[in-house]
Design a binder for this molecule. Structure first.
Ligand SMILES: Nc1ncnc2c1ncn2[C@@H]1O[C@H](COP(=O)(O)OP(=O)(O)OP(=O)(O)O)[C@@H](O)[C@H]1O
Ligand SMILES: [Mg+2]
Length: 369
């Protein structure tokens, strides 16, 4: 099977060098029983890759059991993974097969492997080494024939360093590590993925895509894509549904991207998030500061005369200049004035200051007003 055939068969879109290399590795490792560790940020396609590995293996006719290690409470994770015997703990009214047994002959996909508790990691390592495990409440070792694929968006090396992940298990897992780069590190894949999702959603919803300008395309390429391919997919879906066949400009697309307000060219205050509010307050303080400086300058001009004879600054004025330099003080005064003006009505004061009431409340406490 050629690389493109493999990609088409398993729905892996991407022609960047990084993706090409990944697919080549997948083609090599898939038919073997080698344990594969897939790493990468959230939404880069770890699950897609896991499915491709299983699908291209000789186990593809058997099940791939997916286990989200981060979603199972610590107390029951061992019984979930390895099963338990009847009466092994309160509530164990009958024996139960664990995921490893259910995956016998097939593949187990351990997602969020970084969340596996340390005690369970030892038992997992044993399965990797010789396929043996104990059901909870049993002392008889059982054997399974399972191919293991693990994935994480955590930096496991870091986890080892901080004592949350066993080093021996880490070494065992990383022998074949498929690292999927973030979407922003393989920008060439963006238009291809965009086209794929447009096709998928327009067919599904019977909506025509009205196309977009070059500037819009450029914006999509330069965007940070915090949520990687998943975010791109979501953006395409909402855009198609909400814009319904309209031709799109960069401005139209900006609305769907997570960007600071000023970059989005929207009025600064559409968002009431704390950090934006804080920044807004700072900007306003700076403008106020500039105005004060101008005032002081004019004042000095008046005192010194139009030609500005040096050496005649009255003592009081120079301290006024210093005072305006403290931003915190500026901010405190602005808040104080606004509260006075609106007789302590916080909502009106916050409106005047163009900050949220929550931020104002915090600042009032901070400054003891
Ligand atoms: N190369 C790709 N080609 C086509 N679709 C992709 C590709 N990569 C990811 N996707 C799509 O993006 C979405 C997210 O992918 P996936 O669930 O595999 O990410 P993940 O890395 O497992 O994320 P998480 O860490 O949050 O679990 C899915 O809808 C998937 O189909
Ligand atoms: Mg996933």
């Amino acid at each position: 099977m050629t690389r493109s055939e493999f990609q088409r068969r398993f729905g892996i879109v991407g022609e960047s060098l990084e993706m090409q290399e990944i697919v080549q590795v997948l083609q090599h490792v898939a038919p073997t029983d080698i344990t594969v560790l897939i790493t990468g940020e959230s939404g880069v396609g770890k699950e897609v890759v896991a499915h491709a590995i299983h699908g291209a293996s000789s186990r593809s006719k058997k099940a791939m059991v997916t286990v989200n290690c981060g979603a199972i409470p610590e107390g029951i994770i061992e019984s979930e993974l390895f099963g338990h015997e009847k009466g092994s703990f309160t509530g164990a009214s009958s024996e139960r097969k664990g995921y490893f047994e259910l995956a016998d002959g097939g593949t187990i996909f351990l997602d969020e492997i970084g969340e596996l508790p340390l005690a369970t990691q030892v038992k997992f390592l044993r399965i990797l080494e010789n396929g043996e495990f104990l059901r909870v409440g049993s002392s008889t070792a059982r054997k399974v024939d399972v191919r293991v694929i693990a994935a994480t968006n955590k930096d496991l090396e870091n986890e080892v360093r901080s004592g949350n992940f066993r080093q021996d298990l880490f070494y065992r897992l990383r022998s074949v590590n498929v690292r999927i780069p973030a979407l922003r590190e393989r920008k060439e894949d963006i238009p291809l993925l965009f086209a794929k999702f447009v096709e998928e959603f327009s067919a599904k919803n019977g909506i025509r895509f009205g196309g977009m300008t070059a500037a819009a395309e450029e914006l999509l390429q330069q965007y940070y894509w915090h949520g990687n391919v998943r975010e791109l997919r979501n953006v395409v879906e909402s855009m198609l549904v909400l814009e319904r066949g309209r031709s799109l400009d960069a401005e139209d697309i900006r609305k769907y991207l997570r960007m600071p307000a000023e970059e989005r060219n929207l009025p600064m205050l559409v968002t009431k998030q704390n950090d934006f509010d804080e920044r807004q307050l700072l900007y306003r303080a700076l403008i106020e500061l500039k105005n004060d400086m101008l005032e002081v300058k004019n004042l000095l001009k008046g005192v010194l005369g139009a030609n500005g004879a040096p050496g005649l600054v009255p003592a009081g004025q120079s301290s006024a200049v210093q005072e305006t330099l403290s931003l915190t003080e500026m901010e405190r005064r602005m808040i104080e004035n606004a509260l006075k003006k609106y007789h302590n009505n916080r909502r009106l004061a916050a409106d005047e200051l163009q900050i949220s009431e929550r931020t104002l409340y915090r600042k009032i406490k901070e400054y003891g007003l």
